[in-house]
Design a protein around this ligand. Structure first.
Ligand SMILES: Nc1ncnc2c1ncn2[C@@H]1O[C@H](COP(=O)(O)OP(=O)(O)OP(=O)(O)O)[C@@H](O)[C@H]1O
Ligand SMILES: [Mg+2]
Length: 346
């Protein structure tokens, strides 16, 4: 690689193709990853969802060659990952692991600077970047940069892990339950930050979670895994409204999500338009509920609706993203109102 290439911040994501990918650990009765084929678009945010032990971590670790597959191939853009030396490959891929994996003997700032240093960025640029990232994940550099990982809480360490993975703006990010140990508020904030960063940089993200609400909120498409096999690979809308089988339906709690959606008024999820609308958007009454909107989207194949008032005038628009947002926040509100109801009756 030339110096110039090394200094370039890659913008936009890589296409990732898994081709009949398998991993059979020695002395194990079943493959941990079983003949998985997926085509992931450049810049796509793909969430892997499935129960403990279904192969999510194993799959991610094959993409950056921490583990070698026992069968199949992985392509990142036009390169089969085996054609690259593993260290070179890993510099191009941000990785947030399930247990934060920070270097214990290095200060927080040095942890975040790991990859930019390998890429031989200039010192001033590294320092700027480290400060920017620590601010981004809510750890003010003046109080955190010089500490060691053991002097941070578990949640704070996870945020450093996120900052470190983002440092060189990699075109691919592998994230293994990065927000697992965080409280709901911090988790929400980091999800929002991650979505914002993703909209800006459009890296390809492979993200693992157990949490269906997190998956629905973040994913362009969700991969549902069971015992190393893909049960469904589809948009959150398709997965919730049309689960491929009973396993998927149960895992995503499709009934529960649909029940919640039938309680949320469209008006509370839709966003304002300024007079204009796309005339091709199907219309829906502002007095109906999200479940009706999903029905209309599935029927018409449109992921955006025009919300109309009683006189049929367009007043708002409603997108798939609005619905995802409303469904993922309704959980917290529901819990809060249940608590209020309980304390009021005490
Ligand atoms: N290094 C290893 N050697 C042998 N078996 C392993 C190894 N790592 C994982 N496994 C097995 O492979 C299967 C998949 O494990 P993996 O860690 O990929 O699951 P996971 O979906 O990430 O689970 P979790 O949600 O609990 O993190 C499990 O049955 C696990 O016991
Ligand atoms: Mg795992």
């Amino acid at each position: 690689m030339s110096r110039q290439q090394q200094e370039r911040d890659p913008q936009g994501g890589s296409a990732i193709r898994l081709e009949n990918l398998s991993k059979q650990y020695p002395n194990s009765p079943h493959p941990a990853v079983d003949n998985v084929s997926l085509d992931i678009e450049p810049g796509e945010f793909v969430v892997f969802l499935g129960p403990s032990g279904c192969g999510k971590t194993t799959l991610l670790k094959m993409v950056n060659r921490i583990y070698e597959p026992t069968g199949g191939k992985i392509w990142i853009d036009k390169t089969e990952v085996h054609e690259l030396a593993a260290p070179q490959l890993r510099r191009q891929i941000g990785y947030v692991i399930q247990q934060t994996g920070l270097f214990p003997h290095m200060r927080i700032a040095d942890n975040v600077a790991t990859v930019p240093r390998l890429l031989k960025w200039k010192k001033a640029r590294i320092n700027r970047r480290v400060e920017e990232l620590l601010d981004l994940v809510g750890l003010p550099p003046e109080s955190y940069a010089r500490r060691y990982p053991a002097q941070l809480s578990g949640g704070e360490q996870q945020r450093v892990g996120l900052a470190r993975a983002l440092a060189a703006e990699p075109s691919t990010m592998l994230m293994d339950e990065p927000f697992g140990a965080l409280d709901a508020i911090t988790r929400n904030r980091l999800q929002e930050e991650l979505l914002r960063i993703h909209r800006q940089i459009k890296q390809t993200i492979l993200f693992v979670t157990h949490d269906i609400d997190e998956a629905v909120r973040l994913a362009d498409r969700i991969v549902v895994l069971r015992q190393g096999k893909v049960e469904q690979f589809a948009t959150p809308l398709e997965i919730i409204s049309n689960p491929a089988n009973d396993f998927v339906a149960e895992l995503v709690g499709a009934e529960d999500v649909l029940r919640r959606m039938s309680l949320i008024p469209i008006a509370s999820a839709a966003t304002a338009i300024n007079g204009q609308r796309n005339v091709d958007d199907p219309t829906i009454s502002g007095s109906s509920f999200l479940r009706d909107a999903i029905g209309t989207m599935v029927e018409t194949g449109s992921e955006r609706l025009s919300v109309v008032d009683e006189d049929g005038h367009p007043v708002k628009s409603l997108t798939m993203e609005d619905i995802q947002q409303a469904v993922s926040t309704s959980d917290a509100e529901e819990n809060a109102s249940e608590r209020r109801a309980t304390s009021a009756s005490d």
